[in-house]
Design a protein around this ligand. Structure first.
Ligand code: BDR
Ligand code: CA
Length: 366
């Protein structure tokens, strides 16, 4: 199996000035901007780790976030939209529009993940609701309109129901998707909600199956950031306390929303810390050197005890053109540097340089 790196990071070159409160809304404490910015829509189900992923995305000048589309997953779509707004408020980025999408999976009964993410989806932090209406436009309609207008990428952090609806209706628009990076599935790692299935694909297996099928038909690949890599990304109490030392406000926000998640991980997995899946998909989107993997043809099982399992033909038994790029390795330490240097702000502005985050050297390399 040949390991390949897709989308190796472009040279980090600062070409655009980062004025505090400037047109981009990106504050001064953010890291350098790459030569190219990528237009993205983030499809998600916030969700604790979705919240962290949104924080990372909003702090990354390489991304122009055209909108956030919400799907039912960890919590029902409407609650997820409210959570996205709570995160955007914390980031002072309420300018990013949020569109509510599909409330139910394509065929199976909807099962939320409030056992993992808490009754409010944000670790029972019960942050105050941010008042205001959401646009009337449905998330799928928004995706369709934006793709008609211009090429863009999609970072999918929840069940793929919105995307399946879109590609069922408009398979032609797959050609307008520059990249589809999906947090979901698993190649060799065990599942997190059945022995073989990861939650996003298990929650709506038919939607995931449709997306992989449609990408196969279009001769395109979904970049699958599955549990093989994401379960290596563990936010520990040590890292949390380090974050609070560096940036008390952001650190406290993250501590508030992750406490419940830490308890869950101890109870069910005997891990001190919590696995933060979704931010790795955002980080990998920006810097392809953070993960590596291989291309193959993948199908998603929709029924029975293997519901939601990603069956990846790594040995090419089926002699089919790859419709997926499966990530299998990640550099956990490099990810943590990436994550902290972007998400944390420092007093007086400026960005955290790698050498200033030297305490992270205490992490063992995963
Ligand atoms: C995925 O499922 C959700 O609970 C998380 O937000 C993540 O997207 C991990 O299996
Ligand atoms: Ca998610």
């Amino acid at each position: 199996m040949q390991k390949v790196n897709h989308h190796a990071a472009e040279a980090v070159t600062s070409t655009i000035s980062q004025k505090s409160g400037g047109a981009s809304g990106i504050p001064e404490c953010m890291p350098p901007i790459r030569r190219r910015t990528f237009k993205v829509i983030i499809d998600c189900d916030p969700g604790i780790d979705d919240a962290l992923a949104l924080m990372l995305a909003a702090a990354s000048p390489e991304l122009e976030i055209l909108g956030i589309t919400i799907v039912s997953g960890n919590v029902p779509a409407r609650m997820g939209a409210g959570n996205a707004r709570k995160v955007l408020k914390q980031l002072n980025r309420l300018d990013i529009p949020i569109y509510i999408g599909e409330e139910k999976p394509l065929k199976v009964k909807y099962v939320d993940a409030s056992d993992t993410h808490g009754r409010d989806g944000l670790g029972e932090s019960f942050l105050p609701e941010v008042p205001g209406d959401f646009p009337q436009k449905h998330a799928v309609e928004f995706l369709e309109e934006m793709l008609e207008k211009e090429k863009l990428s999609i970072i999918a952090l929840g069940p793929m129901t919105n995307l399946a609806r879109l590609f069922q209706k408009r398979p032609d628009l797959i050609g307008r998707v520059e990249r589809l990076v999906s947090m979901g599935g698993s190649f060799k790692s065990h599942g997190n909600c059945s022995p073989v299935a990861e939650y996003n694909y298990w929650c709506d297996p038919d939607a995931a199956a449709v997306c992989f099928e449609k990408f196969a038909e279009a001769g395109r690949k979904i970049e699958m950031v599955g549990l093989d890599v994401t379960r290596k990304i563990v936010l520990t109490p040590d890292i949390l306390s380090y974050m609070k030392r560096l940036d008390p406000e952001t650190g406290e926000f993250i501590r508030k929303i992750t406490g419940f998640y830490l308890d869950f991980h101890w109870e069910y997995e005997k891990i001190i810390g919590c696995v933060i899946n979704d931010p790795l998909a955002v980080a990998y989107f920006i810097d392809g050197t953070l993960c590596s993997g291989f291309d193959c043809f993948t199908v998603v099982e929709t029924e029975g005890i293997c519901r939601g399992q990603t069956v990846a033909d790594a040995m090419n038994f089926w002699k089919k053109e790859p419709n997926s790029h499966i990530l299998t390795e990640t550099d956990t330490k490099a990810f943590m540097y990436f994550f902290l240097s972007r998400v944390l702000c420092r007093k007086g502005g400026g960005k955290w340089r790698r050498e200033e985050l030297s305490w992270l050297e205490n992490l063992s390399r995963g």
